[in-house]
Design a binder for this molecule. Sequence first.
Ligand code: GPV
Length: 820
Amino acid sequence: MTNEMFKKEAFKKSVKDNVKFLYRKTIEEATQEQIFQAVSYSVKDVIIDNWLATQKAYDEQDPKIVYYMSMEFLMGRALGNNLINLCAYGEVKEALEELGFDLNCIEDQEPDPALGNGGLGRLAACFLDSLATLNYAAYGCGIRYHYGMFKQKIQNGYQIEVPDNWLKNGYPFELRRPEYAKEVHFGGYVRVEYDPEKGGNKFIHEGYQAVKAIPYDMPITGYDNDVVNTLRIWDAEPIVDFELDSFDKGDYKKAVEQENLARNIVEVLYPNDNHYAGKELRLKQQYFFVSASLQAAIAKYKKKHDDIHKLYEKVTFQMNDTHPTVAVAELMRILMDEEGLGWDEAWEVTRKSVAYTNHTIMSEALEKWPIELFSRLLPRVYQIIEEINRRFILEIQAKYPGNYEKIKKMAIIYDGQVKMAHLAIAAGYSVNGVARLHTEILKNQELKDFYEMMPEKFNNKTNGITQRRFLLHANPLLADWITEHIGPDWVTDLPQLKKLAVYADDEKALQEFMNIKFKNKERLAKYILEHNGVEVDPHSIFDVQVKRLHEYKRQLLNILHVIYLYNQIKMHPEMEFYPRTFIFGAKASAGYATAKKIIKLINSVADVVNNDTSINGKIKVVFIENYRVSNAEWIFAAADVSEQISTASKEASGTGNMKFMLNGAPTLGTMDGANVEIVEEVGAENAFIFGLSSDEVINYENNGGYDPNVIYNTDEEIRQVLMQLINGTFSNDTELFRDLYDSLLNTKNTDRADRYFILADFRSYADAQKRVEAAYRDEKGWAKKALLNTACSGKFTSDRTIQEYVDDIWHLDKVIVRKK
Ligand code: GPV
């Protein structure tokens, strides 16, 4: 049911009024960007009504609220998504057409808010969409970075990072809320004082630097239910503008420091994915948004409730990885120092209020802060962690008397470091992994000791994605086709897609399904031509790997295999080969040299292969610049093959895998993360699985690795590929890819050769790729596989994931919003 506002004439008038009001221009004079702003304000008008109605409903019904605490929210563009969720996309498109504008182009004016790196941040965004759609009261809590994920340019094959000033023209979908500002304190010292009233000690934090946290709210619209939740991201401002006063008092230095702190703290998102860098500013960011968010949550609770002991009945905090886990100690601090609770009371409330999600087993991602840094920056919070640690060690000792190994492995503070995951697990009432296999590895390997001590906390929540963005908005042709065949309910009930399975042998349906895929491939081909200057043939197989660049994700395996195919075609020009377009898209963390070198290699291989006329265009390699949410939507819709080829055990879940599946691309992958569950849903015959199992990988790792040189010495074709990295085939500089070559064969720069089992899996991968080609030649057979992938993707909606969080962890109440 659409709002009156979206009736064409009313909407057109509203847009015209906004253009006049905002820019003193007529529609004819306005730029596309100005039209985008005007349209967004018209849409925001409607949203604000729903926002108010939602707040009112929450006030009246007093539901339990989840606060999803995350350093990252990779929202993607809001305009199109809001129109989709308000069920007004079609009407607005038509209204704009009548004004002479193309909604797609207007959407394209919006900066892509990239306040996240990759999967973890995008998951947070999908969760907010599902929470609103399922009528649950939720806040996203995060940081309003002035610069989000950098913009990637490719120059001469190298990644160049360009700052992404997403706020440059003002962002229409945010609302500054200065009335909810909070103060956050850093540094200083703790003074202990006897408090006769309490009959105990009082801890007073003094000499700190203060920063003002100002919330900006972004609306999160539910699908067709009038719910509008809030993503609250915090900006920092100096407490006082520069004061001569403090100069006189000799506090000049401090006044300047305080101002700099405010300026620096929210400046930029750390571009690390699955990697901990240990920077002090990062810990400042964490504490900054966690403290502000907790203060706001408690203030909101206290408006309606007077017993702080029962906070957990109405409030729950989900910690998205260890990044916000300082929340455990900060909540203790607020409860004790500000609310006056004793330790045991505060601990009971805290332990019932916080829950933790683990997103990786990669050891380099584990956050461990040096005591020195931590205690200097957050002296009172550190004191509290020491006490939590002391008591936790007593518990370990009580359970395992005399077993000092356990303490060494499980303590929160050990070896001069504060281990954030241990803090989260010791305090949290729930610890979850993000796919079944990942959770099993946590329980049996990485967090085994914790699992044995407190098995009741551990649970799995397999990730999901929102079909509203990744099908309804991303792939309108397929969305319409699905609705024609099974009705529209899949938009909020994705398992309905199963009904498509009856068309798996229906030639007409299969033909239509593949025609849509072809149109989406044409759309992507056009994008690639415009943005990369490379011509690709939509009749070729679109074989796609898009995700962050990381060694464990093995883009290197993919490109080495491309080299191998290229060699085969050159050696046997008569060989049958179905034309293939290998599409890559990936950002590398700015400081991750190996990852950047792999980008260069992909582009160098592309240069050679794409320009070698002797192979008749049978292989094309494309590196899509600046992969992000907005172009991802087009890429998923156009993919034939979904590359999910991480070293088994390393990818906690993956979520791109689900987006490909939803759009009808079979998985070519290892038995890793959620791939396992994808294969379970769609059937092994509709996927292409290869490689070592996670058990095999872990087994090798526990026994010192394996020897890739055996493969190198016995497999001539693999050896040839590796030699080509250092013999000038892809670069005149034979040293350029030497490090990549070395990383595969010797221990020069690492402790283990081929850490990610690329050579071990190479043959098995090449074989799976052969099976892909054979399957694709069978047109009907392939169409059936593609369609069944869509049909079987129902499990992977984030609606399901969120409902599981609600049922097993959060226990929220549904809220109905009715507007007058
Ligand atoms: I830790 N993930 C991420 O994107 N960034 C991180 O810093 C960490 C984890 C990802 C995992 O790598 C994916 O496997 C997973 O699907 C995603 O988090 C969401 O759970």
